[in-house]
Design a protein around this ligand. Sequence first.
Ligand SMILES: *Cc1c(COP(=O)(O)O)cnc(C)c1O
Length: 390
Amino acid sequence: MTYRAGRHFLQIPGPSPVPDRISRAIDAAVIDHRGPDFAHLGRSVLSGMQRIFKTQSPVVIYPSSGTGAWEAALSNVISSGDRVVFYETGQFATLWKQMADKLGVVTQFIEGDWRTGVDANRIESVLREDTDRTIKAVCCVHHETSCGITSNIAAVRQAIDAVGHPALLMVDTISGLASVDYRHDEWGVDVTISGSQKGLMMPPGLGFNALSDRALEVAKHGGAPRSYWDWHEMLASNATGYFPYTPATTLLYGLKEAIAMLEEEGLDQVFARHQRLADACRAAVATWGLETVCQNPSEHSNVLTGIMMPEGVDADQVRKIILEKFDMSLGTGLGKLKGKAFRIGHLGDFNELTLMGTLCGVEMGMGLAGVPHQAGGVEAAMQALKNTAH
Ligand SMILES: *Cc1c(COP(=O)(O)O)cnc(C)c1O
């Protein structure tokens, strides 16, 4: 590899670029994870993550990717043979459901079109038909990263409650947390799953489960055979700021810094910044005359924008040209969207000028790749940012 001047634009929707403050925090000596200093760090990140998830209940931190945190969530409350409903919002919902299949769970997949989010009414009908109350959980992806769609989780809780069904509500917000508003307690979520490398601006390597009293109660008597993922052992150690096995100490230094940065800016300001930049990005896409993958304006993602390519254009070819010519990585189309769409990540440590650099790269790259589009997208985004500058 030869040196390329300037910063690489890592505009994939996770891992997102790691800010220098976090890199520096991680670059510190590893300490004894059973020693006196560690407990301070442990308590600080555990309570900090409760504030990020907006919960009074415990949050569990694993040295794992988001996929590990999915398995942790399932294995603590679901055992093989249990019935669980998944909603097909896109590729990540599909992968989570496939994981459950491999674990022997009896899954029901509510089919979706990958262009709209969770329809809570359909969940309500499925639960209404379950007169024996055998469904153990409803699993939804809050922010579907493969499509750029945000679903209404409070509506799913209302649907479950409207039926009076005892199913647990389990939600993946791996790519939504700390970029778009998320309220674990207020929305009545039993288990929320997240990861470090998206809105938290961290490198990959940490997985999270936020819990509810009900989830803990179910886990006490149920779930699958498990050891490494077991919540109760973890929480017993966490009570004093420690972990039952060696934690990812240096990543926890980074997490402490990430929480500090999010709280210095203020979570509400973080969400407003994502909204404003995403609006400007969508203004560019509309001016180009292209379609976003998400078809429902109330479900537009503020984390990424998925763009449908016109018929006959290979989206991965466009991405390849942009990477080669302008040193920018964009998200590939996943699953059913392979070759049909690409995704612009605009999350985490991201501001007006990073958005503009990103959109310039996309507009130039589409020109070079011969993608039919109207001119002026970059200009439209600049206007949107100027009009909302404060
Ligand atoms: C990134 C992501 C995952 C997978 O997380 P890994 O850290 O790659 O295991 C799962 N779900 C969603 C919604 C994601 O964005």
